[in-house]
Design a protein around this ligand. Sequence first.
Ligand code: PLP
Length: 936
Amino acid sequence: MTRSFADRHIGPDLDELARILDVVGVGSLDELATAALPASILDSSGLEVLPAAATEHEVLAELAELAHSNTVATSMIGLGYYDTLTPPVLVRSLLENPAWYTAYTPYQPEISQGRLEALLNFQTMVSDLTGMEVANSSMLDEATAAAEAMTLLRRAGRSKSARLLIDTDLFPQTKTVLYTRAEPLGIEIVEAELASGLLDGDFFGVLVQAPGASGRVVDWAPLIEAAHERGALVAVGADLLALTLITPPGEQGADACFGTTQRFGVPMGFGGPHAGYLSVHSKHARQLPGRLVGVSVDADGSVAYRLALQTREQHIRREKATSNICTAQVLLAILAAMYASYHGPDGLREIARRVHGHARAIATGLDGAVVHDNFFDTVLAHVPGGAEAVVAKAKSSGINLRLVDADHVGIACDEATTATHVAAVLESFGTALSSEVSAPATAAASVETRASEYLTHPAFTSYHTETAMLRYLRRLSDKDIALDRSMIPLGSCTMKLNATAEMEAITWPGFARVHPYAPVEDVPGLLRVIHDLEGWLSAITGYDSVSLQPNAGSQGEYAGLLAIRRYHLDRGDTHRDTCLIPSSAHGTNAASASMAGLRVEVVKCRDNGDVDLDDLRAKIADHADRLACIMITYPSTHGVYEHEVAELCALVHDAGGQVYVDGANLNALVGLARPGRFGGDVSHLNLHKTFCIPHGGGGPGVGPVAVRSHLAPYLPGDPLETGSHAVSAAMYGSASILPITWAYIRMMGADGLRKATLTAIASANYIARRLDAHFPVLYTGEHGMVAHECILDLREITKQTGVTVDDVAKRLADYGFHAPTMSFPVAGTLMVEPTESENLAELDDFIRAMISIRDEISQVAAGVWPVEDNPLRGAPHTAACLVGEWDHPYSREVAVFPHGLTPARGKVWPAVRRIDGAYGDRNLVCSCPPLEAYTD
Ligand SMILES: *Cc1c(COP(=O)(O)O)cnc(C)c1O
């Protein structure tokens, strides 16, 4: 029998599936569908439009053709996107390496030390280059980083003003996203030419850029000082490569810096994904949005890394969080950091000088036609009435320049620019080459104002040979559990297979080396992928229109809620500003609602986990005139298909509200039910959950927003068009990873997708049935069924024995497993989601480990081991536990080779013992510690 792709993607084979269904107590997958889902929503229509399943090799051939149809021009458009030469060792050992790309966000830091160290390098790189003290890791792109800088300045400053001053020379897409984000928050943006100084009036903040969109490099120090005198804070958008030569904003007194790290080895990818950055002075560290890696210590006193200051984040603070950002851009942040490690400070400086030298050669060749004398990589040429002709001429020699207006052309140089390109550009202007031009100066350059050192830490000076880098990457990834070592049963996160054939295309130049603002005729293949996906995702969800622009689930939520808000406003319903959210919701929901200018009202859940419809009726009555929408997750975050969902939607619709269905749990619906048909007006999907984009250790993600037709006019528009309500810097967001989802759907076909969903449900129910006697399953729906995940309730066990969910999660690492989701959505529980990709042997290994852990808990309960000193509380155990002193009541053997450990699995050695997170928050360190820190 030749196996189809679906047979490779879905873990259990026919025999295994039969055994699973037997335990679940149903005869077939179809019977399972009827038993688990409410009959009122079952709907397998819509998928006829999907093409029949193709094989891996057929799909790769189709993708190759699509990639080939794109024109990979020499890109000199600039505007924050530059061609870059990714070192091959980083392509193969990092970007294309499942040990890196299949990891999850490092919520279990003891088995994530490799990527945490890499992220600490990223933070160190950004803070060094920008001259700031603390950087996060990471932002979604430059434009959203600017928007986060805007709100950070407002939170951190003392000014009562609601006005933000921005320089006209910010990137146009940055401005568009700033306008989108400012409006619902009541922030008024004032745009002005700031090179000549501040405007009159009060402002809470000022945003400027270095270099600007025009390439101009301005010394912002006087403006920063003037702004501070007036009580305003300043954020500077800064190009990291330029900062190797020019004075960093941190040394000029800026309060924050923002930007992208794309040109540090991350392909343009028609818009993304890339890591944006945000850095601040340490006094604003607690105001930073998103993930921040910090240094702490483990139970043995060794240096250990973990996510710091989690209490700022939306899963704790909800609508009061600093931001809704959850999935970030970890894989790309690590790629940028490794690029800096590989080149080192001298290498980066040399690249910057070469880039600048080429820009100077162009400026020299253009002679009097250059608008700004002080530039780094981008030259603005003044050619009255002739800009279009110049751009067309360059295009004919394979070069894309930026048409600024009828009289101006922008030319951006980058790492890939050569003397041949310089000559071709000058030829497009019809300027004869002088001999000086063909040999650009690489020595001293006029912009070199930076005196301070950077990237002096060994992380940036030790890995300049390929052998050293190869081993560094391997050493780090060996510390982590990714999908290449074990299942990652994280409820709500859907950690399924990211198949190699899905990943293959993303580094092909036809997809990777394309500028997001390249002319449309350059990108027919990309547009075809995008168009297909929009259609397929509409069919799967039952909605009418889809936008692929949001670059994470949180951004999809934001875009969807903005659509609802604008719909009400356009109809004159200006008072509809209230968003109902069940208490079980993911924290991003509330955070996104408040960013969209909505008030959050919490709806209670019943004891069985369902939304309490009586409370919903009461809340609707209380807020009748102000009701904008309800935001539910389906199936719920409790892992259950609520049977009253149609009634719930009707109640809200009858009151004039809209229904937002968070689609993070779509892995329980694909091919079985469609939110756009059972009551939703809008949903976002997480392509990095249901649709196989790997999680990258904490990003990238893609969070398309899907709407019914009445909301279609309010989907995000073109970021280059002012007032288009764009939510990210590129029209199609993280376009270069869309081929992953395209390939998945193309290879699975309608039947494969439906079977995947049902297998995921079957496996979750199998685990629920097998573990219920050991760890009670908290919520089930009708017929005692769960959806695609189940919540194991440890609260009673904790009460009786003192053993906590933390202890169980950490002990799982000793057994070689990644822990399930901890304490979400219910504190003191574990949420398990196996997905369809795990075969029966892996499910059984996990179950065996959990049962063995339950036995260990019983020994604690029986007094064999004290609650404060037992294999659970001591977990995880490192190889170092095997030597030196040992004064615990359990043996070293039990510590590292517990009884339930399946011998064939191969031992995972956690890199550190249990980490003390609170210690690190009290002593906040967010950049690479000096080497001496490791010795004592
Ligand atoms: C994952 C998740 C989100 C957030 O998605 P990101 O891509 O991380 O921003 C929102 N809601 C639910 C229920 C989720 O599981």
